[in-house]
Unconditional design. Structure first.
Length: 506
């Protein structure tokens, strides 16, 4: 279906909008990408500095990581327009390592995490994304929106009272300007307007410069000074593996979110190993590592209308130019403007439809429980990996409980070949949850001498079911009756022939 963006009057398909060549040949689309990259760069600066503080490292490590991650992933990533940089999720993982062993071990862990991500990407770990239910995805998105908002709350506590009307003014701009025009990204207008107002009116409010010193030089080659020993690997391994998994999880789920927003498909396996390449480059340039950023990605894609790798690349380039060449100018940007932009991103990210009373009434309760569990755990732990993991486990448990009741057993008694015979027809998918009650569905003592169990309408999925069938046949034999199992499909028959009678130690 053709779509029309704010950046262009002509109609383009979603796939055409992702074309770098097509965008370079269209001044209006290119302008959208350039301005989006600039807005994202401005939003990245305080975030990178804040995440550096969380990790316990110099702000330059976060800023350099944001530059190298964005520029590298623009070339090797599998999701156009997605922003990767230093993130809070990674910062939380690596903070204990920095505290106990220092920055050199951190950089070594970043490089090792990148290697792990390449291995995981090449091995097809991204394909596991299809096992994450939609309710977990919705919970992930809503939790991220809440975390983005919560991350801005400290910027509104114990600050001069003028911060509040400034944030209000910026919110009016970012929410109201798109209703009038989309020629320029509303977040950029808000940032420029508030900066000019605070500078010329000499309004004393917290600024980007208050967050920490900006770097004055370009990133250079950095070799971590750590001993190449087994002991070092034992220290790095758990942190690097955790960083790799958290980074991939956040990146792949953010990629899927962008897929939905842009109505396009991305190459998840390429994105997985691309994140690894970006982290290796970041490590060797002295950065703290990172992954995809939901907030900045939504600024880029949803608020600014970007669709190509150009915006991602320029976000990194503009970031470096701003902090190195224009550091004095960037440092006077009021935090109120950036807080307003992130509040807008939080609002735009949240799936409001998912909590509408009509939706909740229509949706199965199990789906709502999974979404709520994902949101609650993610917000409570500030860890996306734990939240998503719990959401998936809850979904699996509820699914298993629901499917367990789908198996039916119908009994009839007929005379076959002159012999009274009890015939049981089993209907449904049999696995560890659904087969547990199967054992109780037979009248062992009351059945006639001959029993047939017809399995043509069922399928055996695991060894637990084979063990249950063994128990059923053994119970009938104990009562001196002959039991015959028929109708198994080829796969189920092969599994039973391989495992029958071999699952008990007796």
């Amino acid at each position: 279906m053709a779509v029309k963006t704010a950046a262009d009057a002509p109609a383009y398909t979603p796939e055409q909008l992702q074309s770098v060549r097509g965008t370079l040949m269209s001044p209006r689309r290119l302008k959208t990408e350039v301005l989006a990259g600039l807005v994202v760069a401005l939003a990245l600066i305080p975030e990178a500095i804040a995440f550096s503080i969380i990790a316990g490292v110099d702000p330059r490590l976060g800023l350099f990581a944001s530059f190298t991650m964005a520029v590298t992933i623009a070339f090797v990533g599998g999701r156009p327009a997605m922003i990767s940089a230093a993130t809070g999720a990674v910062a939380l993982v690596i903070a204990p390592l920095v505290k106990s062993h220092g920055v050199d071990y951190l950089i070594a862990a970043v490089i090792l995490a990148g290697i792990f991500q390449i291995i995981l990407g090449v091995s097809g770990v991204a394909k596991l994304m299809r096992f994450i239910p939609r309710s977990v995805m919705v919970g992930f998105v809503n939790a991220l929106a809440i975390l983005i908002f919560m991350s801005q709350v400290p910027e509104l506590i114990n600050v001069p009272w003028l911060v509040y009307p400034l944030v209000g003014l910026a919110l009016v701009i970012v929410f109201g300007l798109p209703k009038l025009t989309n020629a320029v990204p509303a977040p950029l207008v808000a940032i420029v307007a508030l900066t000019l107002l605070t500078v010329f009116a000499a309004i004393a409010v917290p600024t980007v410069g208050d967050k920490g010193d900006l770097p004055e030089s370009l990133p250079s080659l950095f070799m971590p000074n750590v001993p190449f020993t087994l002991e070092t690997l034992q220290v790095l391994f758990p942190f690097a593996l955790a960083m790799a998994f958290v980074g991939l999880l956040e990146s792949l789920m953010t990629a899927k979110l962008v897929d939905d927003v842009t109505d396009t498909r991305s190459h998840k396996s390429r994105e997985a190993w691309g994140q690894g390449v970006a982290n290796i480059v970041t490590g060797f340039t002295g950065g703290m590592g990172g992954c995809a950023m939901i907030g900045q990605t939504m600024i880029n894609v949803k608020a600014s209308g970007a669709r190509t790798r150009i915006s991602t690349f320029l976000a990194g380039v503009f970031l470096l130019i701003l902090v190195v060449a224009l550091g004095d100018l960037v440092s006077v940007i009021p935090m109120a403007a950036l807080v307003a932009v992130m509040i807008f991103v939080s609002w735009a990210t949240f799936d409001w439809h998912s909590i509408h009373p009509r939706t909740l009434k229509m949706m199965p309760k199990s789906e709502t429980i999974v979404m709520a569990a994902t949101v609650t755990v993610t917000v409570a732990t500030h860890n996306l990996a734990i939240g998503v993991g719990v959401g998936v486990l809850v979904a699996m448990d509820l699914f298993a409980r629901r499917v367990a009741h789908f198996v039916t057993v119908k009994r009839t008694v007929k005379v076959l070949n002159g012999q009274e015979t009890a015939i049981y027809v089993v209907d449904g998918e049999l696995f560890f949850a659904s087969s547990n009650d199967l054992y109780t569905q037979f009248d062992y003592a009351l059945d006639p001498e001959h029993v047939i169990i017809d399995m043509h309408a069922s399928h055996l999925w695991d060894a637990s079911t084979i063990a249950v069938l063994d128990a059923i046949t053994e119970k009938y034999h104990h009562h001196g009756k002959n039991v015959k199992i028929i109708g198994l499909n080829e796969a189920s028959l092969q599994m039973r022939e391989r495992l029958a009678g071999k699952l008990s130690g007796h």
